[in-house]
Design a protein around this ligand. Structure first.
Ligand code: 5GP
Length: 194
């Protein structure tokens, strides 16, 4: 998606540890027009797949998932990273390693919100080593839900998550695929620049 790649080139910051900071338009401040275009792109990719639920993980996935869900007219469920309630829900739970914080946590979804009738599109902001996406797939597996595919805003293709999960049969559509990034800037895969 050229609009997104141009914005990453203009406003993205490359941090140590292969982290791309996109706080000015994705992760802290949100560019709603860009999000709407991203939602439309995910809709175009998955419109014929019978999606009836969108699953993401808090917090940065929620905004993108909501814009996408408006096109599909389906609800969004977001997996939680911590359990807050005193009255515990029955939950599906899957371990995730946080790329940016370096810690491990359990991603959970209440069992009443995901089930065997669901055809799920998973949405997330980044794909790096694939732990978050793998965790979300695992929650769907526990629920008996069918994952039709994943929509990722920024895939860092020099990290192994996308390659490994595609090899396992998961369909992944990424709007900006980064082949490499260093102090000279970001190189995108050819198809992302259209
Ligand atoms: P993975 O689980 O695929 O290793 O990493 C994906 C998750 O880590 C995303 O949900 C995102 O929150 C975070 N993440 C991974 N790489 C980056 C990055 O370069 N920049 C930012 N801002 N977040 C990232």
């Amino acid at each position: 998606m050229k609009l997104l790649c141009d914005r990453i080139r203009k406003d993205g910051q490359i941090l140590p540890g292969n982290v791309l900071k996109v706080d000015g338009f994705v992760n802290h401040q949100i560019d709603v027009r860009l999000f709407s275009e991203m939602g439309r792109a995910f809709y175009q990719a998955y419109r014929d797949c019978g999606v009836n639920k969108i699953l993401t993980i808090e917090s940065s996935g929620i905004g993108i998932a909501c814009f996408t869900a408006q096109f599909f007219d389906v609800p969004v469920v977001f997996a939680k990273k911590s359990r807050t309630s005193n009255i515990p829900d029955a939950v599906y739970a899957a371990p995730v390693h946080s790329y940016t914080h370096g810690n491990d946590y359990q991603a959970t979804v209440a069992t009443r919100l995901l089930g065997a009738k669901d055809r799920v599109l998973i949405i997330d902001d980044f794909l790096a080593n694939g732990s978050a996406l793998r965790g979300l797939c695992e929650l769907c597996r526990q629920a008996g839900a069918r994952v039709v595919g994943a929509g990722i805003v920024i895939e860092k293709a020099f990290q192994p998550g996308g390659r490994e999960l595609r090899a396992e049969g998961l369909r992944i559509e990424s709007l900006a695929v980064i082949e490499s990034m260093d102090e000279r800037g970001v190189t995108f895969a050819e198809e992302s620049l259209r």
